[in-house]
Every structure is written in C-alpha cells, then in structure tokens.
Design a binder for this molecule. Structure first.
Ligand code: ADP
Ligand code: MG
Ligand code: MG
Length: 213
C-alpha cells in the first residue's frame, strides 16, 4: 500500500496535467456556458508551466519530498494563471505541500494535507458547499477520503472513494444556482449547467486514484 512520496506526488501532478490537456476543450465549453470560456485554457497554461518547472533543476536545490513537489506546483499555478482557478488551485496545492511531513506521507497525513488544501480554497474564495464551485467536488471528495482512511483503507482505496465522491459532487452542481465566481453574475440562468471548476476538481481526484491504484 503506497505512501505519498516525491515520485508519487510528481506522478500525480503529471497525470493531472495530462488530464487537463485531454479535457481542455470540455472545461472551456463548460465555462463558456456560465463563465468566460477560459477554464480549460487557464489550467492548460498553468499546468504547462508546472511541467516545465518539474523538468527543470531547482535553484536552490530543494529536498525531494512530496511537499516540495506540491508546493512548487502551487506557487507556479498562482504565478501563471490569472483566472480565479489559478490562485484557488495554487493555494490548495501550496497548502497541501506545507501540511505534508518531509517523510513519505501516510494516508492519514495525506488526508490532513487535502483538508489544508480545501481550507485554503475556502479562505481565499469564501465559497461553501452548494455555491456551485469546485468546493462542491472537493468537500465530498475530502470527506470520502477521510472516511475511508478512518475505516482502515490505504491510499489507493481512499483515493478511489474520493474520486467517486468528487464525480458525484461535480454532477450535483448542475441544478444549483451559482453564488460565487463569474457564474453567479448569471443568477438563475446558471442553473442547468455543470460547474467547470467542479469538473476539473473531479479530474484532480480521478488522477490521484489512477496513480495510487
Ligand atoms: P475565471 O472565473 O476567473 O475565468 P476560471 O474560469 O479558470 O476562472 O475558473 C472558474 C471556476 O473557478 C468556477 O467554475 C468555480 O468552480 C471556481 N470558482 C470561482 N470562484 C470561486 C470561489 N470564490 N471559490 C471557489 N471556487 C471558485
Ligand atoms: Mg473562466
Ligand atoms: Mg477568466
């Protein structure tokens, strides 16, 4: 049963970058319906920069631990993505990185890091459950991850539970009226469309399940 070490963290981020690339059009189309049509391109730009950073040697050298990988990911997203999603995801990864121990993280330690990531999103964006944002995928995914770990699951099973919960939360954003972000400007016209950020958060947890499973 794997722990979260630097190679696994890097594999996760690379898989997420590939998923963003594969789903760029879908994310942009969703954002065209209730936002400004840039969610796919925002994340694509951000993760292209993240890959370049992961491929380049660190200066000054950082210890090869999972927290450093996620911290670099977060800082790069914050600096390269202008849209709401860059600072939000960037803060989440930065907070996850800061919460991880220098040694490979146990499933319980990783649950704590995921919780720190959600706390950072909520502190920055002020969205709660039901506001039709990425929180509606992240919060149930975190709850499922924590519940699985408390029941004795390893990283792979906890990540699979989180991915399924994120996908369910993503689909459940469709009937909601947006109360945060650009989609909220549409008022009731935001109803009937799946939230783009909840969709990319489902990719985040699906790729975690893919690399740990
Ligand atoms: P922008 O809205 O600046 O164009 P993106 O299109 O990249 O940025 O991201 C839009 C997504 O960001 C939304 O679908 C939503 O999930 C998420 N989002 C927007 N505002 C918030 C917020 N305050 N809290 C949490 N998530 C938010
Ligand atoms: Mg947008
Ligand atoms: Mg925008």
């Amino acid at each position: 049963n794997p722990t979260l070490d630097a190679p696994l963290a890097e594999a996760w981020i690379r898989a997420l970058a590939a998923a963003v690339d594969a789903h760029q059009r879908e994310l942009t189309d969703l954002d065209s319906a209730i936002g400004d049509g840039d969610h796919g391109s925002n994340l694509h730009r951000g993760f292209t920069a993240v890959l370049a950073v992961l491929d380049s040697p660190e200066d000054p050298p950082e210890p090869a631990d999972a927290g450093a990988v996620l911290g670099r990911t977060g800082r790069t997203l914050i600096s390269k993505v202008g849209g709401a999603s860059g600072p939000l995801y960037g803060s989440a990864f930065r907070a996850m990185g800061a919460a991880l121990p220098p040694s490979p993280a146990t499933p319980a330690e990783f649950a704590g890091a995921l919780a720190a990531g959600l706390a950072a999103v909520r502190q920055l964006g002020g969205a709660g459950p039901g506001d039709k944002t990425l929180v509606d995928a992240y919060a149930p995914a975190l709850a499922a991850f924590e519940q699985a770990v408390a029941a004795g699951a390893g990283l792979a099973r906890a990540a699979e539970a989180a991915a399924e919960a994120a996908e369910q939360g993503m689909r459940a954003t469709t009937p909601l009226q947006a109360r945060k972000g650009r989609a909220s400007y549409l008022g009731p016209r935001s109803i009937g469309h799946q939230d783009p950020g909840a969709t990319s958060t489902a990719l985040l947890f699906r790729t975690l399940a893919d690399v740990t499973g």
